[in-house]
Design a protein around this ligand. Sequence first.
Ligand SMILES: Nc1nc2c(ncn2[C@@H]2O[C@H](COP(=O)(O)OP(=O)(O)O)[C@@H](O)[C@H]2O)c(=O)[nH]1
Ligand SMILES: Nc1ncnc2c1ncn2[C@@H]1O[C@H](COP(=O)(O)OP(=O)(O)O)[C@@H](O)[C@H]1O
Length: 192
Amino acid sequence: MKRGLLIILSGPSGVGKGTIRKYFEKDDRLNLAYSTSMTTRSPRQGEKDGVDYFFTTKEKFEEAIKNGELLEYAEFVGNYYGTPLNEVERLRNEGKNVLLEIEVQGATQVQKRCPDALSIFIIPPSMDELERRIRGRRSEPEEIIQQRLAKASHEMKMIPNYKYIVCNDDPKLAAELIKTIILRHMELEENK
Ligand SMILES: Nc1nc2c(ncn2[C@@H]2O[C@H](COP(=O)(O)OP(=O)(O)O)[C@@H](O)[C@H]2O)c(=O)[nH]1
Ligand SMILES: Nc1ncnc2c1ncn2[C@@H]1O[C@H](COP(=O)(O)OP(=O)(O)O)[C@@H](O)[C@H]1O
């Protein structure tokens, strides 16, 4: 059986990655598996452990780093985030296309380790609109919002490192574009 693709989806906090994903992840043709990350950040209202993230402590996260259990990890606005390696390998070996929704430092590490990874960066229609979306979510205090916005400007500079750039103006259109990209790469992989 062919190993599944590794797909990196990045983009600034609040751009709409989670929103877009909901529109395409259920499409069976994509044969997708979402990689649930580990994080030390606290759960937001409605987030479930083991579904949205594996919520953990700083000590346990650092233990996982030391034991080489992570494909990549990064510190983002005061918290650790990382991708459990075993699960990604297991799913890819089963032929699943594995989707990583990760920030730019982690994406750089994955691109080094897996140069074949398919990388997609989501941009907002404007930075003002990005700010409106982050604020509209009402999940963080002002100080954290400011840090996420500052981080966003830096993240946008990493766009040239990605294979595809998709603007999230209309989320359904953005999801359709991402579907098309993934389906085409599956086709290319089949014909290799
Ligand atoms: N490097 C890395 N980044 C991650 C991982 N999981 C999530 N992230 C990213 O960390 C950033 C902050 O995530 P989060 O606090 O959930 O905020 P949100 O993405 O704005 O809802 C986002 O850019 C996520 O895509 C991971 O496993 N590794
Ligand atoms: N295309 C869009 N137009 C307007 N609002 C959007 C769009 N996409 C997402 N949003 C809103 O922006 C906020 C942030 O989206 P979210 O999916 O949580 O972003 P991310 O996962 O990238 O942090 C949410 O309130 C969401 O409903």
